[in-house]
Design a protein around this ligand. Sequence first.
Ligand code: DGY
Length: 322
Amino acid sequence: MAKPRVFVTRRIPDEALSILRTACEVHTWDHEDEPVPQDELVRGLQEADGALVVGPHRIDAALMDAAPRCRVYANMAVGYDNIDVAAATARGILITNTPGVLTETTADLAFGLMIAAARRLYEGQRTIVEGRWKGWSPMFMTGQDVYGATLGIVGAGRIGQAVARRARGFDMRILYHNRRPNPAFEAEVGASYRLLDDLLRESDFVVVLVPLTPETRGLIGARELALMKPTAVLVNAARGPVVDERALYEALRDRRIYAAGLDVFDREPIPADHPLLSLPNVTAVPHIGSATVRTRTRMATLAAENLVAALTGKQPPTPVNP
Ligand code: DGY
């Protein structure tokens, strides 16, 4: 019997390709930096029984209908806001994602952004590189303490909980906001549940880690930013549209909040001349939350395992719409 055919929308590690090749005929858009053009994507999907997908393309109803042979989309990410899951489910198409394997790596980056923004690491490097460092002086480059501060986690799922475990080592008071309180998490790290407004008022660090859904789009806007302390730091390691970028820019520019650490943006790649990037109190990195060699390899291999399982009649390890 002919092997099922799969289309891979970006260059992925060899370990993942080897898994795919055990059971599938593999076709790849084999480019590291360049996303597959839309017409190539449609053609690749039309000829495939399943796909391993890597952003930025939106897998929507029209694309699914243009490629009726393709019955499985294995997303190489934990977030799946790039896929219309309801449309897939209505068509009997399976979606999988890669939860778990990137939790600790992404939590490291979120915690790193907290420290970088509070302690002005990017501004400090710029000061040296641009020859503006005149020497040590008592209040030069003073920032905010992380140790002993109050952390507010908006979305304490797997990654948020991993951030909280790190915060214990910094003796932080931990608040969190979820749709529902999580007593097991509270017991594990000594966290306290808060309504969102109370969390924003009380926290020195607000770390946003909710998935992007219609409910969370614009969750942190001008009203919410106005509730934060002027000394508070906002970190977004979730998805750009969860935070209103214009409102964030104004709050940072007017020093109504202290600083921000951003891994994600409304539009990615964010244009280099975006107003946010002109602010000294913004630390910005290019959506690298899960970007370590080991974790990206594990994400790719898990996506490949999902795809092979689905195409060989087995239960995929991490389905989104089983
Ligand atoms: C994820 O896995 O959701 C990362 O943000 C990559 O998109």
